[in-house]
Design a protein around this ligand. Structure first.
Ligand code: BTN
Length: 250
């Protein structure tokens, strides 16, 4: 039985995320399962394989069947909430869950990549419609080195390559949902300011050279509204919106 099968995952779930648990051996995209159904807050769609997995900015998200954790979580925040910040909320949750489950040290590359050893182990894709957000999470878990997609913008790594161990994806999923529920609750109560310390501790871009349309500079802190602070080479400080530009770190 798959480590993501409903009978394996149900006993591992502790909080309110994961009900209903919508499991598919193969689907176009777990994002579509949530988008096309009438599911409540907390619904989670999971697949062993996606035939049309989506990444950010129109990119494809490829997978090796049954090796990755491919899931989407349906969140329904109150009206007017700053939805793009959920990318950081989910990124922190994935980073914490990976660290707790795999023992690998993680960093968050603003706004949506989770890194291990400077390489991309997970990505987050937010898609919102009608106040409902499908928070898509893809984590490279048990791929061998040769099974990772080549030529990605940030080179990829799996937890297996990083740690030498095969991981139970059900345990990892349960940890992601627990960590996400905790941070989502804090975000609702306090805004992103409640997660500032954790964002700073995991900020992979702090002190790194970045190139923006406005020019080259050095990345700094993540502001309490989720924007990235960049000090341009001329000394001028800009706050960068996620999704506003493509960011090249070097
Ligand atoms: C990125 O880094 O560009 C975001 C990748 C998000 C991939 C996940 S896999 C589960 C969910 N379904 C999709 O089609 N995409 C997200």
């Amino acid at each position: 039985m798959s480590d993501l099968a409903p009978d394996r995952v149900a006993p591992l779930l502790r909080g309110s995320l994961g009900t209903p648990y919508l499991y598919a051996e193969q689907t176009g995209s777990t994002q579509n399962i949530l988008r096309d159904g009438d599911h409540p807050h907390g619904a989670v769609a999971v697949a062993e394989h996606q035939t049309a997995g989506r990444g950010r900015s129109g990119r494809v998200w490829e997978d090796e069947p049954s090796r990755a954790l491919l899931c989407s979580v349906l969140l329904q925040p109150p009206g007017g909430a700053p939805l793009p910040q959920l990318s950081l909320v989910a990124g922190l949750a994935v980073a914490a869950a990976v660290e707790a489950t795999a023992g690998a040290e993680t960093r968050l590359k603003w706004p949506n990549d989770v890194l291990v050893d400077g390489l991309k182990v997970a990505g987050i894709l937010l898609e919102a419609a009608g106040g409902r957000v499908a928070c898509g999470i893809g984590i490279n878990v048990n791929q061998e080195r040769g099974e990772l997609p080549p030529g990605t913008r940030t080179p990829a790594i799996s937890l297996r390559v990083a740690t030498g161990q095969t991981l139970d994806r059900g345990q990892l999923l349960a940890a992601v949902l627990t960590e996400l529920e905790a941070r989502y609750g804090r975000w609702l109560a306090e805004g992103l300011a409640g997660l500032t310390a954790e964002l700073e501790a995991r900020n992979a871009l702090a002190g790194r050279r970045v190139v923006l349309e406005a020019g080259a500079g050095t990345a700094g802190t993540i502001a309490s509204d989720g924007r990235l602070t960049v000090v341009l080479d001329g000394g001028h400080t800009v706050l960068v919106e996620s999704g506003e530009i493509e960011l090249h770190a070097r």
